[in-house]
Design a protein around this ligand. Structure first.
Ligand code: AMP
Length: 284
């Protein structure tokens, strides 16, 4: 496995892969790898000749009062883990390498970014699109791998790929969870022991709401059950719990087939997100 930190060194590797007609799978991450990231890499490994993993904590997707500075980082550990699942190239650039100058040109995510995480993190998805589009250009992947954990991110990136004709396929990997159901996240390390005990209540609440919605099609009562569960089982503060049509992220209607039930909850100071996507078979 090669670890490259410059765009030039990455370009050399990509050129060599393209010259020998190899397919490329890209796994973009912010590092501090866990099994969720490794599952993306394993899926990419199974489907491509060359697997590139980027490890870059992207400052442009963090708000001014968010955790860019304190976001956990451990490149030596990450490279060992990446190698263990068969990644061929780790691209770990510095902020200066990715953003040497600022010409002021921005990608702006549309309607899909005005709700859910976009409502509480203004500009977040614009930053995501900026870095992801750069990574797409730099690695020229045949396929790029993203987690369903960030379902809104997947929907917005898929829209960019469609609208700007990026010649690649987006592959979505299911959420990887701890044994007690908590979605794996690099931010879980922020949780105190007591907070960690409370955190699985988010997933439990989503399951309760899904079952309730599938039983009677009533979104309001499903969401009320989820909120009550979080309020009684945690000291957390709910940022949002919502039920939307997926992947459009529009209100659920009688013709909706795929439903996204998504939540963001502050457990202590840590903002955790989770979701489930399910099919409404018989219509509502
Ligand atoms: P991050 O490093 O948090 O930006 O995540 C990098 C990629 O890993 C994104 O596509 C995430 O959706 C995905 N990911 C993060 N956590 C999980 C998880 N628990 N299960 C599946 N994919 C995940």
């Amino acid at each position: 496995m090669k670890v490259v930190t410059t765009i030039q060194a990455l370009a050399k590797e990509i050129q060599a892969a393209k010259q020998s007609q190899k397919t490329i799978g890209l796994v973009p991450t912010m590092g501090y790898l866990h099994e969720g990231h490794l599952t993306l890499a394993q899926t990419a490994r199974a489907e491509n000749d060359v697997v590139v993993m980027s490890i870059f904590v992207n400052p442009t997707q963090f708000g001014p009062n968010e955790d860019f500075e304190s976001y956990p980082r451990d490149l030596p550990r990450d490279t060992a883990l990446a190698e263990s699942v068969g990644v061929d190239i780790v691209f770990a650039p510095s902020v200066e390498e990715m953003y040497p100058q600022d010409g002021g040109i921005r990608l702006h995510a549309g309607e899909q970014a005005t709700i859910l995480c976009g409502a509480s993190r203004p500009g977040h998805f614009d930053g995501v699109l900026q870095v992801v589009s750069k990574l797409f250009h730099l690695t020229m992947p045949n396929r790029a791998y993203f987690g369903q954990k960030d379902a809104q991110q997947v929907a917005i990136i898929a829209t960019m790929v469609r609208d700007f004709n990026f010649p690649l396929e987006i592959r979505v990997v299911p959420i990887v969870r701890e044994e007690d159901g908590l979605a794996k996240s690099s931010r879980n390390v922020y949780l105190s022991g007591a907070e960690r005990q409370e955190a699985p209540a988010i997933n439990e609440a989503l399951q309760l709401a899904r079952d309730s919605f599938l039983a009677n099609g009533d979104a309001d009562s499903a969401l009320a059950k989820a909120k009550a569960h979080i309020q009684t089982r945690t000291h957390g503060r709910i940022d949002y719990i919502e039920l939307l049509a997926y992947p459009d992220l529009t209100p659920v209607t009688a013709t909706t087939q795929q439903v996204l039930l998504a939540a963001a909850v502050y457990i202590g100071k840590t903002r955790l997100i989770d979701n489930c996507i399910f099919t409404v078979k018989e219509g509502l």
